[in-house]
Write a new protein. Structure first.
Length: 280
């Protein structure tokens, strides 16, 4: 009798353990895919931005990129059965996060690449992990930065500098405006990332990303039209291809993966994309 009861209990334990093991494996696979998408796709966006900004003004390029990506991503989320409706509070939070990430962060990089080469841009954007780790350390409830982690971040930053050194030696007369814009963009991106993590949004990551891009893209498009910048655009085949690449790979896939990672991985780990991207 005891033997039979033992077999029943063992069977129940196995039934519970197997789904948990499968879920853990699935989570690890998702983490690997998300990190791979951010590392690979965002690493190639610097060149696409550099190409696109030659013929398309920065605010317009950022606006069109994210507006189009949002219009693609939200219907996809709806087709997957995810509700698109958000509360006014969440909508305000998504708008502010979109401003920090897409307008201040990405928009700053695009504007700066009119004046600085992509190698220098990648190096200055590599300060993002330092900003994010510092913010997490000093904000209430944040993850404390250990000495080992701090050392790793610093070594990683200088490692990027070593890898890019041959390109940086060729830089002559880099514009201080571009360098300042890149440092501001890195800080804005770090603040937006931390805020996105702490906002407590009960919204699927895909929906949150779609709304952020739609709102941020609409804002930048309006800025471009209001300032008359849009009239300077030349929609060449190369420029359109660059923007198309940014929409699909940089935004729909890359930014969606990044938003998911912010909710499912440590900040210090997520921010390492800034060290890997320059190598791509």
């Amino acid at each position: 009798m005891r033997s039979a009861e033992g077999r029943v209990v063992a069977g129940v334990v196995r039934e519970r353990a197997e789904p948990q093991g499968t879920a853990a494996l699935g989570r690890r696979v998702l983490l690997l895919l998300a990190f791979g998408a951010v590392y690979l796709f965002w690493g190639s966006t610097y060149l696409a931005i550099r190409v696109g900004v030659q013929t398309i003004p920065p605010a317009l390029m950022v606006g069109v990129r994210f507006l189009a990506a949002g219009l693609v991503l939200l219907p996809v989320a709806r087709a997957l059965g995810q509700p698109l409706a958000v509360s006014p509070r969440d909508l305000r939070a998504l708008f502010l996060i979109g401003l920090l990430l897409l307008v201040g962060g990405n928009g700053g990089v695009v504007w700066a690449e009119q004046y600085v080469p992509s190698g220098l841009a990648a190096l200055l954007v590599a300060t993002v992990p330092l900003w994010m780790a510092s913010l997490e350390t000093f904000l209430p409830g944040g993850s404390r930065l250990t000495a080992a982690a701090a050392g790793g971040l610093i070594v990683g930053f200088f490692g990027v500098g070593v890898l890019l050194w041959p390109k940086l030696q060729a830089v002559q007369g880099a514009d201080i405006r571009g360098e300042a814009a890149l440092l501001f963009a890195a800080l804005s991106w770090a603040v937006g990332s931390i805020w996105s993590r702490r906002a407590g949004l009960a919204i699927p990551p895909l929906v949150a990303t779609g709304w952020q891009m739609l709102l941020g893209g609409a804002f930048m498009t309006a800025v471009s039209l209001a300032t008359g910048e849009a009239t300077r655009a030349r929609w060449t085949g190369t420029g359109v291809a660059a923007v198309g690449y940014l929409i699909l790979f940089g935004s729909c896939l890359g930014l969606s993966a990044y938003t998911w990672l912010l909710r499912n991985a440590p900040v210090a780990s997520v921010s390492t994309y800034a060290y890997v991207n320059p190598v791509i």
